[in-house]
Design a protein around this ligand. Structure first.
Ligand SMILES: *[C@@H]1O[C@H](CO)[C@@H](O)[C@H](O)[C@H]1NC(C)=O
Ligand SMILES: *[C@@H]1O[C@H](CO)[C@@H](O)[C@H](O)[C@H]1NC(C)=O
Ligand SMILES: *[C@@H]1O[C@H](CO)[C@@H](O)[C@H](O)[C@H]1NC(C)=O
Ligand SMILES: *[C@@H]1O[C@H](CO)[C@@H](O)[C@H](O)[C@H]1NC(C)=O
Ligand SMILES: *[C@@H]1O[C@H](CO)[C@@H](O)[C@H](O)[C@H]1NC(C)=O
Ligand SMILES: *[C@@H]1O[C@H](CO)[C@@H](O)[C@H](O)[C@H]1NC(C)=O
Length: 197
């Protein structure tokens, strides 16, 4: 019995050591000083889904860290092939899409509302992953469904923030081919992108 207790104590000490914040933690390697509950993970997923489906700056400010970074080759391709603003923005395919919350707010604020169905959710202590679908990226009745995966790394938000955790880093990929075809079918972007330059 005593040896079991000793073993258990050693195990708990080991877990305690792992649970302490990493000494070199920063925004790119989140501290392990917390472990998301199921409902906290769902709140994080819901917030990001609403930002995609029905963007508002108030929610972005409460849900995303100031240094929020989004990596998405899918979005970069859509921006390059179908930028809808006045400036024909070109992003290197592998560059981060947004490097802070302000650039996300400017970019995502231009997205027309779409529906957003969460299909799956998984989470670790600091990361939430969802699989999702949208079926109305255009109003055409021939609109192709688009399915994607989003991984959201979190950090603790400052005291007083509406939500206890910020989404700090997102990796988001989806069927950019289907989305682009939908936009082209709807006449929202040219089928010959070089003509737009
Ligand atoms: C979108 O958000 C606005 C508030 O920003 C809200 O009034 C509206 O009901 C929302 N629409 C949907 C479809 O959720
Ligand atoms: C945000 O990024 C800037 C520039 O890299 C850095 O100086 C600042 O400390 C970061 N802020 C946080 C809260 O990580
Ligand atoms: C956000 O990033 C953009 C583009 O790199 C930069 O111009 C801007 O100063 C940044 N804003 C903040 C608040 O860091
Ligand atoms: C998609 O459906 C949502 C409601 O589910 C609606 O708010 C949005 O305007 C629709 N978007 C398009 C492009 O039809
Ligand atoms: C889709 O819309 C087109 C043009 O408005 C119409 O001719 C067609 O019947 C519609 N198809 C379906 C399946 O609703
Ligand atoms: C697309 O645009 C380029 C550059 O203007 C032009 O050379 C090419 O012929 C166009 N292709 C089609 C299919 O229109």
């Amino acid at each position: 019995m005593q040896s079991f207790t000793t073993l258990a104590t050693i195990c708990l000490l080991a877990i305690g050591a792992l649970a302490r914040p990493h000494p070199q933690s920063d925004s790119s390697s989140p501290s392990w000083g917390y472990c998301l509950t199921k409902s906290e993970a769902q709140q994080i997923a819901t917030n990001y889904g609403v930002l995609i489906a029905n963007y508002s700056t108030a929610l972005a400010d409460a849900a995303l860290s100031p240094n929020f970074t989004d990596y998405s080759e899918s979005v970069n391709t859509l921006i390059n092939q179908c930028s809808q603003g006045a400036a024909a923005l070109q992003l290197p395919l592998l560059a981060p899409t947004f490097t802070n919350r302000t650039t996300f707010e400017i970019g995502q604020g231009q997205q027309e509302p779409i529906n957003f169905n969460q299909l799956n959710i998984w989470h670790s202590c600091d990361t939430v992953i969802i699989r999702w679908e949208t079926t109305n990226t255009t109003r055409l009745n021939t609109t192709r469904p688009v399915i994607g995966m989003i991984s959201m790394e979190t950090i603790a938000a400052p005291a007083g923030n509406l939500y206890p955790y910020y989404i700090d880093t997102v990796y988001s990929e989806f069927d950019a081919g289907a989305w682009l075809e939908n936009l082209q079918d709807a006449g929202i972007c040219s089928t010959n992108t070089t003509l737009k330059a």
